[in-house]
Design a protein around this ligand. Structure first.
Ligand SMILES: [Zn+2]
Length: 409
């Protein structure tokens, strides 16, 4: 359809709109809001009109206006497209042997992140682009209509800039992660590597990026180094996000809060002070349960964060080492089954939560005026995403009003 044409999706068994009032948890009848995501909200027997790439109307199916094209959802659920706010998709090679060894409890010495760095540096642009596009298409088929994509497997000026330029071909949410790990050639001079990340590498990367990120962890970058990387990125016009508190307690969340970061990601090991920092600042706690699943580690304490009032997002952390899933439905199922989140909280975190973590107000909800990024499930409600784990249930995906994956009857 052209942007001038309108599409009515009617017969929606459950329309998840996320246009509830902030934190009151009550359903909303789909009336226009201020254009921002609210709390989880859903209505039954609903309809939605797309026009000009945006949501033009929502309400009871019995009152739906006419449109150029009519799609009958036949009692199935419609949700906002997923917003995956954390992914590492620019890489070459794979690490299935490392995963198998980890699952078998066998020691495994080859590579890790640095193995992927070596393969990525050696890969052609065409090979990296093909892998990136394959993963982006895989995400789209599973209902992810917005994703963030990091560099971090190049770790030279040339390779980081190349990775970000490739990422910018497929998403506007591009993140400079030169501070992923210290590469082997700087093993004896980590401070020199931080200078490179904050200097010439940043200069080469900032034009392609919106975000700056740092892996703040023992064995990667400490608090002072992380703060320096974020400050340099911010001075170059980038916005901050942080890999924080993944492998153990540490300063990551505090660094994120002090830098005014949009999100602290992982949040697996948190002190009470960390939880306070996440509730008293706008920093989103982005949980990545695919990592704990794939590394057989304890899951983050989502319930503790939610009960304290933190804003929680869910994302895949799709990468070839610690979490090689691109599936937001899988992360929702883990969050519900393993992390004590309700189905409503998990779906909100995977849609509106991801939007918050990316500081986007045009996505993550289906209020009037939102970008028409939405999915039709082969199921009557959002609950089925956790109730039927591992089953492909995304029937159709619209992005900015265009049907981009799946099919409608
Ligand atoms: Zn990550």
């Amino acid at each position: 359809m052209s942007d001038a044409e309108s599409t009515l999706i009617t017969g929606i068994g459950e329309l998840v709109s996320n246009v509830g009032e902030p934190n009151d948890g009550k359903p909303n009848d789909g009336k226009p809001n201020d254009g921002k995501p609210g709390s989880f909200a859903a209505m039954t027997d609903a309809a939605l009109v797309i026009a000009g790439g945006k949501v033009a109307w929502t309400g009871p199916a019995s009152r739906a206006p006419a449109a150029d094209t009519v799609v009958d959802a036949a009692g199935r659920a419609v949700l906002p497209g997923f917003a995956d706010s954390h992914a590492h998709l620019v890489f070459a090679g794979e690490r299935s042997a490392e995963f198998a060894a980890r699952m078998a409890g066998r020691p495994y010495r080859a590579g890790g992140i640095l193995g992927t760095v070596e393969a990525t540096r050696a890969a052609s642009d065409a090979a990296l682009r093909a892998n990136l596009r394959r993963l982006a298409a895989e995400m789209l088929r599973q209902g992810t209509t917005t994703f963030e994509c990091k560099s971090g497997y190049g770790l030279t000026v040339r390779d980081e800039a190349r990775g970000l330029a490739l990422a910018a071909e497929v998403t506007p949410e591009v993140t400079y992660l030169g501070a992923h790990v210290v590469p082997p050639e700087f093993a004896a001079d980590p401070a020199g590597y931080v200078d490179l990340v904050c200097g010439p590498m940043l200069d080469a990367c900032a034009p392609s990026a919106r975000w700056v990120d740092v892996f703040c962890e023992d064995g990667a970058f400490g608090a002072d180094e992380a703060a320096a990387v974020l400050a340099a990125g911010q001075a170059a016009g980038l916005h901050a996000r942080v890999h924080a508190n993944q492998l153990g307690p540490g300063p990551g969340v505090r660094v994120a809060a002090e830098a005014g970061a949009a999100s602290a990601d992982h949040c697996t090991f948190l002190t009470d002070d960390d939880v306070d920092a996440l509730t008293s600042t706008p920093v989103v706690a982005t949980l990545l349960p695919g990592v704990e699943f794939s590394c057989r580690q304890p899951f983050p304490q989502a319930r503790r964060l939610l009960d304290a009032g933190a804003v929680v997002a869910l994302a895949t952390d799709c990468n070839p080492g610690s979490s090689f899933t691109s599936s937001m439905p899988f992360c929702i199922a883990l969050a519900v089954r393993e992390m004590g989140m309700t189905t409503e909280e998990a779906v909100w975190a995977a849609t509106a939560g991801g939007a918050r973590a990316l500081r986007r107000t045009d996505i993550g909800h289906l209020g009037v005026g939102a970008r028409a990024d939405l999915i039709l499930l082969n199921a009557p409600s959002h609950t089925y995403l956790a109730y039927r784990p591992g089953v492909p249930q995304v029937a159709a995906v619209w992005q900015a009003g265009r049907l981009v994956a799946g099919a409608v009857p």
